[in-house]
Design a protein around this ligand. Structure first.
Ligand code: FAD
Length: 188
């Protein structure tokens, strides 16, 4: 299986980086794995359209072709990111805006969006500080990427692993979380 890991974190000295390494180390060697590190890539997350850059042409913008090709190549996409202000980092939001475009990732049908990315699945891994029992009652915390973005584009199943209390939990708890990630990655 072709697996694309999309890592969105400003550096490699973080708990998110520990998650990335655990995923990379535990995926079966039978898979083809590509890691897209949006900060390292210096991805430009700003979506622009104007008189010379038409909105209807977004799905064929040459700068984004590399990323469209990676999404097309992938059978399974793993997202790793921290929750910032209840949602995904602006860098990842910009990536979604610029790459998951109408005509490429979906089109408009009579009864809503038609997803073009059927046959792919995804795994979202997020970290945050809010206690776990509160997040079902708060908007987003990964739910937008799962339900509004990926599922709308035809990607399913989408699973979501959340680590609550990343900064204020014990080392032991964080170790258990990494073990859980290792087990899931190993089972893909
Ligand atoms: P780090 O800060 O890198 O590490 C967390 C802890 O894990 C540290 O104690 C570190 O020493 C330890 N650690 C590092 N590596 C390992 C390892 N290999 N094994 C074991 N332990 C390790 N949180 C919310 O709940 N809701 C919000 O809306 C929200 N908004 C935010 C907005 C902004 C702009 C920012 C910066 C933070 C926000 N946060 C929010 C908190 C954010 O979600 C957490 O800071 C983040 O998820 C922690 O992940 P990290 O990779 O940055 O952890």
């Amino acid at each position: 299986m072709n697996i694309l890991i999309i890592y969105t974190y400003p550096n490699h000295q973080s708990f998110n980086d520990a998650i990335l390494k655990v995923v990379q180390q535990n995926l079966s060697k039978d898979h083809n794995v590509n890691t897209l590190d949006l900060y390292e890539e210096q991805f430009d997350p700003i979506l622009r359209f104007d008189d010379t850059h038409k909105r209807r042409d977004l799905s064929t913008v040459p700068d984004m072709e590399k990323y469209r090709n990676l999404i097309t190549w992938a059978d399974h996409i793993v997202f790793i990111y921290p929750i910032w202000w209840s949602g995904m980092p602006a860098m990842l939001k910009g990536f979604i805006n610029r790459v998951f475009t109408a005509g490429f990732a979906y089109s408009y049908g009579k009864r809503g969006l038609i997803g073009h990315l059927q046959g792919k699945s995804a795994w979202i891994i997020t970290t945050h500080n809010t206690p776990a029992f509160l997040t079902p009652f708060i908007q987003d915390y990964g739910k937008v990427l799962k339900n509004q973005v990926l599922k709308s584009c035809g990607i399913k199943p989408v699973t979501h692993t959340q680590l609550a209390g990343t900064e204020n939990s014990s080392d032991e708890k964080r170790r258990r979380f990494l073990d859980k990630i290792a087990n899931i990655a190993g089972s893909i």
